[in-house]
Design a protein around this ligand. Structure first.
Ligand SMILES: [Zn+2]
Length: 316
């Protein structure tokens, strides 16, 4: 048997056929062209699924589960999207619309939760019982798996690790609070911190790396400067990892998962983040004196996590 996973984003719709081992056999991507009617998006998803089935000589009877991850608040029981800012969806019965158009039942989840479940089934969380993944991107995405099941809270809105408060500087967050974890430890935050450090240090090598244009600074700039011995670059990364550690250790102290993985563009910097992060954890983890400790890993599935997790939502 095979599975279908859909990762519906604000820019792209990624659809994949997934085998029972959690491997994508083929995937296709089409533009979301949001905002537009949910019916039109569903129609494009159905066309993409039909193409994939045809390419793989499969029919709907070969599919054991189909699921979709959506950015926004989702009622997974009814399969409806209560609200999606990116897609401009309000109370859209996405599961029913897909079932009608594609011809098989569809499970619906929040996209970060679907991606976390993908990492749990086939990536950095494989063979664990309790697993957490944190994705450093525009914001901070996260998902929590407890006793092999996705934890979404009583209302489906749980696991917003990015919106715990870790400081009192007054930096406003889109959620209405200030000083949320994602304002300090997302990829976007790292870029802001890099630009602020450049302002403060006109002699920093980071200016040269950006051709004298602060706007050209990206998530890699401070890492490159650090490796070339630039003091301002070293400080940016030190401070950034300290913020990241604050949030990660809060989460470890509450959940003590078997594995906590870090994903997203910056996690490609691997040891540059993981090694100093582990040093902070070594000092502050409440369970540092116990034998069984949370293992820190880099997420392994990248953008495929959302497709794979959506395909396995029957087990979530
Ligand atoms: Zn927030």
């Amino acid at each position: 048997m095979y599975r279908i996973g859909v990762d519906l984003g604000g820019t792209n719709i990624a659809v994949g056929i997934v085998n029972e081992a959690g491997e994508i056999t083929e995937k296709l991507s089409v533009k979301t062209k949001a905002p537009r009617q949910a019916e039109e998006i569903v129609s494009d998803i159905a066309d993409t699924i039909n193409t994939l089935l045809k390419n793989n000589n499969l029919t709907l009877s070969d599919i054991s589960c189909a699921g979709i991850g959506v950015p926004g608040a989702v009622d997974s029981k009814s399969g409806s999207v209560s609200f999606s800012n990116n897609l401009q969806f309000f109370s859209v019965p996405l599961g029913s619309l897909l079932k009608e158009k594609v011809g098989i039942p569809f499970l619906v989840a929040n996209d970060a939760n679907a991606a976390a479940f993908g990492e749990f089934m086939a990536g950095s969380g494989k063979n664990t019982q309790n697993f957490i993944t944190i994705t450093l991107g525009t914001g901070i995405g996260s998902g929590i798996i407890i006793n092999k099941r996705l934890y979404t809270g009583g209302n489906g809105a749980a696991a917003e690790i990015g919106h715990m408060k870790i400081a009192s500087e007054g930096i406003p967050c889109s959620c209405g609070r200030t000083d949320c974890f994602e304002k300090y430890a997302s990829a976007t935050a790292l870029v802001s911190q890099t630009r602020a450090a450049m302002e403060k240090h006109p002699d920093s090598l980071m200016w040269e790396l950006c051709d004298g244009d602060k706007a050209k600074a990206n998530g890699k700039t401070a890492f490159i400067a650090m490796h070339k011995g630039d003091k301002a670059g070293i400080k940016v990364i030190e401070d950034y990892v300290r913020f990241l550690a604050m949030g990660v250790i809060n989460v470890i102290n509450i959940f003590q998962p078997d594995v906590l993985s870090i994903g997203g563009g910056i996690s490609g910097s691997g040891d540059d983040i993981i090694i100093p992060l582990k040093k902070h954890i070594e000092k502050e983890d409440y369970a540092r004196f116990t034998n069984i400790r949370t293992e820190i890993k880099t997420a392994t599935l990248g953008n495929d996590a959302g497709i794979i997790g959506a395909a396995f939502l029957d087990k979530a």
